[in-house]
Design a protein around this ligand. Structure first.
Ligand SMILES: [Zn+2]
Length: 298
C-alpha cells in the first residue's frame, strides 16, 4: 500500500498570480489516485520548529526569512514570501521528516511537497524557502535513527542548495541528475564539483543535454543507482521532479509520460526510500506522479 503525506497548508505554498508553481497539483493528484482506485493511506504532518530549521540553515537566514515574510518581501525575484507561504514551508519540512520515518519503517511513501533543493545554508531562491530533506536527514542523524543518507535528485534543475549543505559531509551522498546548468537555473552543479575535504567524492552531478530525452535520462538513472548501491545508505531520498517532462514550461528535457513509469520500475527495489514530490510546472504533474507509481508499486 502507498502512504501519502499531505497537509492542507501545502495549498498555501504559492507565490502569487502568474507564478509557475501551482500547489493545487497535490489535490489534483489525490483526486486522481481516488479515481484510479489506488489503495493509499493519508498522513498529516506536524509543523517543523525553528530548532529543526537551524540544523541546515544559519540563524541569520531564518531571521531574514521571518522579517521578509512580515514585510511581504522576496528572497529573490522568483521567490516572494509572506507569512502563509513560510508557514507552508514549515509543514513541508514536517512532511519530509514524517515521510522519512515511514520509509525507515519499510513503508512506500511520498510527501506531496518537498525536495526544496535550492535552499542553501544562508540563502535561497528558485521557489524554495527551507531545505526540507537536509533538515530531515540531519534530524534523523542527530537522534541516532540513521547514520548515512543518499539524496537521489532527478529534478531537471541542479540541487545546488543540498550540494552546498552536505559538500564536506561524507555521511550524506548527494547525486543530482539535471539539465546542463550552463543552459538553466541555477547555473551551477557541474561534474567537477565532487565535494571537498572529508566529503570529497560524495557529491556527483550528472548533466543532461538540452533536448535530450528518455535514453540519456534513464542511462543517468542507472549510473545513479549503481552509486546508491555502492554507498549502501540507511535512508535514500528521491527528489522526484516532474519538470523533465516534454511539456514543462521551464526546461528542455523531453521525457514522455511513460518514462516516469520506467523510472519507477528502476527504483522500486531501493530500501528505505522516501519520495519527495518536487518541481513540475506543466498541467501534467499529477499524471506524471501517477505514471511513476505504476512502475514503482508493481
Ligand atoms: Zn526543478
Amino acid at each position: 500500500m502507498l502512504h501519502v503525506v499531505f497537509h492542507p497548508k501545502y495549498l498555501n505554498y504559492r507565490f502569487g498570480p502568474g507564478h509557475p508553481f501551482w500547489p493545487e497539483r497535490a489535490k489534483e493528484f489525490l483526486k486522481r489516485i481516488e479515481k484510479e482506485n489506488l489503495k493509499y493511506k493519508l498522513h498529516k504532518p506536524k509543523k517543523a520548529t525553528d530548532e529543526d530549521i537551524m540544523l541546515a540553515h544559519v540563524p541569520e537566514y531564518l531571521d531574514r526569512v521571518k522579517n521578509l515574510a512580515k514585510a511581504n518581501g522576496a528572497l529573490s525575484i522568483d521567490t516572494p514570501v509572506n507569512e502563509e507561504v513560510v508557514e507552508a514551508a514549515y509543514y513541508s519540512i514536517g512532511g519530509t521528516l514524517l515521510a522519512a520515518r515511514l520509509a525507515l519503517g519499510g513503508k512506500r511513501v511520498m510527501n506531496l511537497l518537498g525536495g526544496l533543493h535550492h535552499a542553501g545554508i544562508a540563502d535561497s531562491s528558485g521557489f524554495c524557502i527551507f531545505n526540507d530533506h537536509a533538515i530531515a536527514i540531519r534530524k534523523l542523524q542527530k537522534s541516532g535513527k540513521i547514520e548515512t543518507a543518499f539524496v537521489f535528485d532527478v529534478d531537471v534543475h541542479a540541487g545546488q542548495g543540498t550540494q552546498e549543505i552536505f559538500y564536506s559531509d561524507p555521511t550524506v551522498f548527494t547525486l543530482s541528475i539535471h539539465q546542463d546548468p550552463k543552459t538553466l537555473y541555477p547555473g551551477t552543479g557541474f561534474p567537477e564539483q565532487e565535494g571537498k575535504g572529508k566529503g570529497q567524492g560524495f557529491n556527483r552531478n550528472i548533466i543532461l543535454t538540452p533536448g535530450s530525452g528518455e535514453e540519456q535520462f534513464l542511462k543517468a538513472v542507472e549510473q545513479g543507482l549503481s552509486l546508491q548501491t555502492k554507498f549502501n545508505p540507511d535512508l535514500t531520498v528521491l527528489i522526484l521532479g516532474a519538470d523533465t517532462y516534454k511539456e514543462d514550461p521551464l526546461a528542455n528535457i523531453k521525457l514522455e509520460l511513460e518514462t516516469y513509469k520506467k523510472l519507477g520500475r528502476k527504483l522500486k527495489d531501493i530500501e528505505n526510500l522516501c519520495i519527495l514530490c518536487a518541481g513540475g510546472y506543466s498541467r501534467k504533474v499529477p499524471d506524471i506522479w501517477l505514471s511513476f507509481l505504476y512502475g514503482f508499486l508493481k
